[in-house]
Design a protein. Structure first.
Length: 589
């Protein structure tokens, strides 16, 4: 079915004569067959957002509807790949058109020529339901790709064959309850704006280990949880997301660069292939999908990129994998929404954003979670959604930050003053929070005993006390504080500099295991306890601060990850002996 363009306004095209089309249908616009999607319908008139540059289009040009909603192709070949916002493979497009993307270029998301070795798991005669595994493909050395019965299908398997196949070849035939035969290939298609189905959802109860001490110990995120990383320009949002992508104990990472600067995506593309996966020594790209829709690419495709990424994540989740979706940044995505809303002449909400901004954000974050997958083998998978927010001027009272805060359960507030002081990650411990602490506490207690949660609570209390004492210090100076308060300030400084501060460029410090984090914080707090006991016995305060072990505690985070326990035992023994000497010196005096 086709219609004619009546109006062109940037990425918005209005066409008439499309009475039989539906909202969300994909259309081809003009002689170049540009890709577009119908946003709304009024009679036979459709408003279409075009995902490519519309210069040169004019009234009278033809618009052809495909009759299908905006969908992604799901199957082997997605990992170790980079797509644009509407799942066009950028490496293949570059090989076809050169460094600049030519308008109207139509390249399938999955390579139609590459053959994959399919190993059947099911056999002819099996009764299968949606989500059951037909067979497997070793997509990369890190990930075994499970070929599943598509949602909405069930019946008896008539035939299945192993061997080398392309993604479009038929590998199995399923006969449904009505006797109709369905040919199944290695590939599925799924509309990006509809969440993939599952059996049931669970409360997230296991933390995602990021290796970043301030995150894992003070503000953890659960696998299947949601988090926001807001912060002004230069405060380290992208680096935090890079660290999460590198070190998180998830099976697959989907990194969505929606609207950020091209040089940041270039850093990711240059860096990730060189990074080794800490679990198997393979390149990190072997379990990563990159979606790049940078600030100089079409604004409408930026809006679609978020949904493309979360749909790919749900597909891998349905195999039983833990997936992390990193969106950088949802502010640029919201700006794309605002631009399209303005061109549609919709009633603007706060700061010009559309009135439905909060509900669209919620639709994205609600697709995260821990679920029981479709199928009869009781697989569990999870999608963890982490979105960076770039509020103008660092003002988190603006609509995108506020709407995000109402939805997510973890808030890592980046602070420009910490970034300028070279304290990274620049997450402010006084304004950040995690609402997963209560549900994760049993896991921490089971793994490390009750001391883990007690140490976390004590550390937070000391940092808050320091904040209050700094007001007094500003007025009357540090010398006016009591010895106990001076010790609080010193311990808080140790927590900040020796524990929370982390160097992403030093191998020993870039990643900290839970056990290393627990021992390091425990050692700092033991110093605090021993010093308080020593002060009560009349020890010299300056002498306690000057012991040699104090400097060794500061360097302890650089200890070899394989032998840190022995190093920490030696420091604790030295610390206790030196504090006893200071006490003895005070008694003699």
């Amino acid at each position: 079915m086709s219609g004619k363009i009546t109006k062109v306004s940037g990425p918005l095209v209005v066409a008439e004569g499309l009475a039989d089309a539906n909202v969300s249908d994909v259309v081809r616009v003009g002689a170049s067959r540009l890709i577009g999607e119908i946003l709304n319908m009024t009679g036979d008139q459709a408003s279409i957002q075009v995902y490519e540059e519309t210069s040169g289009l004019g009234p009278g040009a033809e618009v052809v509807t495909t009759g299908m909603p905006m969908s992604v192709e799901l199957g082997p070949g997605m990992l170790d790949n980079i797509y644009d916002g509407i799942q066009r493979p950028l490496p293949e497009m570059r090989a076809l058109t050169g460094d600049s993307i030519t308008r109207g270029t139509d390249v399938p998301a999955l390579n139609r020529e590459k053959k994959w070795d399919f190993v059947p798991v099911a056999k002819a005669g099996d009764r299968l339901i949606a989500g059951d595994v037909l067979g497997t493909v070793q997509e990369t050395s890190a990930i075994l790709h499970k070929i599943m019965v598509p949602p909405g299908l069930s019946g008896e398997l008539k035939s299945i064959q192993g061997g080398s196949f392309t993604v479009t070849d038929t590998v199995a035939v399923l006969v449904d309850g009505k006797g109709k035969e369905h040919e199944l290939s290695l590939m599925q298609r799924w509309p990006v704006r509809i969440a993939r189905p599952y059996q049931r959802k669970y409360v997230p109860a296991r933390p995602m280990n990021s290796g970043q001490r301030i995150i894992d110990t003070l503000f953890p995120i659960a696998k299947g949880g949601t988090a926001a990383v807001p912060g002004p320009f230069g405060s380290g949002k992208t680096v935090v997301q890079h660290q999460l992508a590198k070190w998180s104990d998830v099976d697959i990472v989907i990194y969505i660069g929606c609207g950020e600067r091209g040089n940041e995506m270039t850093d990711v593309l240059m860096e990730f292939p060189e990074l080794k996966d800490p679990r198997n020594g393979e390149p990190l790209m072997k379990r990563t999908v990159l979606i790049a829709n940078t600030s100089d690419m079409p604004v409408a495709a930026r809006e679609a990129s978020i949904y493309t990424g979360i749909t790919i994540a749900e597909y891998f989740r349905d195999m039983g994998y833990d997936v992390a979706v990193l969106a950088d940044s949802t502010s640029r995505w919201a700006e794309a929404l605002r631009e399209m809303s303005g061109r549609l002449e919709e009633m603007p909400g706060e700061e010009g954003y559309p009135a439905y901004l909060a509900s669209r954000l919620a639709q994205f974050y609600e697709r995260a979670g821990v679920i029981e997958c479709l199928g009869s083998d009781e697989r569990r998978g999870s999608v963890t959604a982490i979105g960076a927010v770039s509020p103008p001027g660092g003002d988190i009272s603006e609509p995108v930050s506020q709407a995000t805060m109402r939805i997510v359960k973890v808030f890592w507030a980046l602070d420009s003053s910490l970034a300028y002081a070279r304290h990274f990650p620049a997450i402010n411990w006084l304004t950040s929070y995690s609402l997963y602490m209560d549900t994760l506490a049993p896991w921490y207690t089971e793994q490390f005993g009750e001391a883990y949660m007690k140490n976390r609570t004590r550390a937070m209390h000391i940092l808050q006390e320091e904040s209050e004492l700094q007001e007094i210090v500003r007025l009357v100076g540090q010398d006016a504080l009591s010895p106990d308060d001076r010790l609080t300030m010193e311990t808080a400084k140790m927590i900040r500099e020796d524990f929370l501060q982390q160097n992403a460029f030093v191998d020993e410090d870039a990643y900290s295991s839970y056990e290393k984090q627990f021992r390091l914080l425990d050692m700092v707090l033991k110093y605090d306890v021993l010093c308080r006991d020593a002060l009560s016995k009349g020890a010299d305060m300056n002498g306690l601060f000057a012991i040699d072990a104090r400097e060794k505690i500061g360097r302890a985070k650089m200890a070899d990850p394989n032998s840190f326990n022995e190093a920490y035992d030696a420091i604790e023994a030295q610390m206790k002996a030196e504090i006893d000497e200071v006490i003895a010196g005070g008694e003699e005096a």
